[in-house]
Design a protein around this ligand. Structure first.
Ligand code: ITT
Ligand code: MG
Length: 213
C-alpha cells in the first residue's frame, strides 16, 4: 500500500484539447483518489503523437494512451470522444473534432452539422455523446471503458459553457431540465456526461495504481 507520506504516483492525461483536459482532470480530482499526481502534456518532454486512425473511439483512446505511456514511462490516461447523430448513421463519430475539415474549429463543426440535419424533424434529432477512456500502464496493463450520454440536437446553439457540440445538445436527463450541455454548470455536466460515466468506471483501476509500488 502507498503510505500517506509516500511520493504520489504520476499519471499523464494525454489530451491537446484544453477544455477536455480540464474536464478529465476535474472528474479524476473529484474522485478523491489519494496518492495520484495528475499531470498534463505540458509537464513531460514533447513526443511524437500518432494519428488517430482508429475506426472506433476505443481504438483511438488506446492509440493515444499507449503512445503517452511508451514515450514517458508514466501511466497514461486518454479520452477519445465525439457526437454520434442518429440521422447521420452515427457520424460525425470519431471524426467529430475535424468534421468541417478544420481540427478543433467548434463553430465551423457545429454549423456544418446543423446544415446537414436541417431537414430532419424534431422527433428524429436524437444523438449520443460517446467517450472511450483508456488507461495504459507501462507494465502493459490496459483498461478501456466507455460512457454514453443521450440527447437531442437543437436547430441553433445555446449556452457558453463546455466546448465542441455542447451548445447544440439537450440531454435527455430530467436533471438537465431542457438546457443544453453548454448551459449546465461544470459539476452538472460531469455528473451526467459521457466522460463522467466513462471515468467513473476507471476509478478502481486508478485507485489500484495509486496504491501500487
Ligand atoms: O484528441 P485530443 O487531444 O484529446 O483532443 P480532441 O479535441 O482532438 O479530442 P477527440 O479527438 O477525442 O475529439 C473529440 C471531439 O468530439 C467533440 N466532443 C467530445 N466530447 C465533447 C463534449 O463533452 N462536449 C462537446 N463536444 C464534445 C468535440 O468536437 C471534440 O473536439
Ligand atoms: Mg483528437
Amino acid at each position: 500500500m502507498n503510505a500517506p507520506d509516500s511520493t504520489p504516483r504520476r499519471v499523464l492525461l494525454a489530451s491537446r484539447n484544453a477544455k477536455k483536459l480540464a474536464e478529465l482532470r476535474r472528474v479524476v480530482d473529484a474522485a478523491g483518489i489519494v496518492g495520484l499526481d495528475v499531470v498534463g502534456l505540458d509537464a513531460v518532454p514533447e513526443y511524437p503523437e500518432e494519428p488517430e486512425t482508429g475506426a472506433t473511439f476505443e481504438e483511438n483512446a488506446l492509440i493515444k494512451a499507449r503512445s503517452g505511456a511508451r514515450a514517458t514511462g508514466l501511466p497514461c490516461l486518454a479520452d477519445d470522444s465525439g457526437l454520434s447523430v442518429d440521422a447521420l448513421n452515427g457520424m460525425p463519430g470519431v471524426l467529430s473534432a475535424r468534421w468541417s475539415g478544420r481540427h478543433g474549429d467548434d463553430a465551423a463543426n457545429n454549423e456544418l452539422l446543423l446544415s446537414q440535419i436541417a431537414d430532419v424533424p424534431d422527433e428524429r434529432r436524437g444523438a449520443a455523446f460517446v467517450s472511450a477512456c483508456a488507461l495504459v500502464v507501462p507494465d502493459g496493463t490496459e483498461t478501456v471503458v466507455r460512457g454514453e450520454w443521450r440527447g437531442t440536437i437543437l436547430r441553433e446553439g445555446l449556452g457558453a459553457n463546455g466546448f465542441g457540440y455542447d451548445p447544440l445538445f439537450v440531454p435527455d436527463d430530467a436533471a438537465a431540465a431542457g438546457r443544453t450541455s453548454a448551459e449546465l454548470s461544470a459539476q452538472e455536466k460531469d455528473s451526467l456526461s459521457h466522460r463522467g460515466k466513462a471515468l467513473a468506471q476507471l476509478v478502481p483501476a486508478l485507485a489500484a495504481l495509486a496504491a501500487s509500488d
